[in-house]
Design a protein around this ligand. Sequence first.
Ligand code: HEC
Length: 262
Amino acid sequence: MHCHADRDFTKFSGPTRPGTEGSGGQRKGVVVRGITPTTLGSWTDEELVRAITTGINNKGDTLFPTMPYMNYRYLTPYDAESIVAYLRTLNPLPDSIPDRDLSIYPPGIVTSMYQDWYGDDIYLSLSQPQGNEELLKGKYLVTLAGCLGCHTNIDRKAMAFKRDSVFAGGQLSNKPGNNFKVNSANITPDTTTGIGAWSEEVFLAKFKNYRDKEAYDYNPGKYNSEMPWTVFANMTDEDIRSIYRYLRTIRPIRNRVTKWPQ
Ligand code: HEC
């Protein structure tokens, strides 16, 4: 929802501006489609599930891979259908978004994005918790919430994730229009540079904190974050705990990150 709405970065972690849910729009040069019934009303449920989980739209065209269908392909059919059912309930908002113009992207970027996801699926390189339902759920949530996409540094030359730094942070977000620069944190279980020293309660409390509007309803200036804390805070305690437990199983990587570089 965050990507298809306006985020208000005058507040911590850019909560969604109420009333813009599903609106889409021009986001810093990238065209994001509306996802309210105005745009999707004529799509069948099957077409929507296919677009979300495989990136093929109702006309048979491929969606640009900023839409993380490479993560969503792991959705269970039940969850994918629930998302579609929910989209149908959104307030229909006007959709006057121009068609996308792919010619603004250097072709190399597009090919390497596909390569990263399809040629050599990074999610397949993650450990697979054997037979442990809770860890499997943690992995499922981490995959769908896109933690890896922000918490893994990118080799800007190859335009690909650094395979030896998965979840080790240090991916810089410095978007034009934002008055802050932020590096994603190291969330591997390394005790000195990651979250290895965090107890489960500390991890849970950090997320729960943002259920309270007071915790983000202020102007953070240059200490802002792209991480959608206000969205993730709505997960159940149980879900947040399973994410923590899964993150404990990944390989610790030593990588010191300065969250807010000057
Ligand atoms: C849109 C990018 C983005 C996504 C998606 C994202 N994060 Fe983050 N995360 C960040 C950034 C940037 C920071 C550093 C600033 C801050 O603390 O908010 C951060 C910080 C954190 C921290 C604080 C670590 C510390 O040392 O203080 C934790 C824990 C964390 N993220 C976990 C997660 C988990 C788990 C997920 C998936 C459920 C996730 N993040 C998804 C960008 C993201």
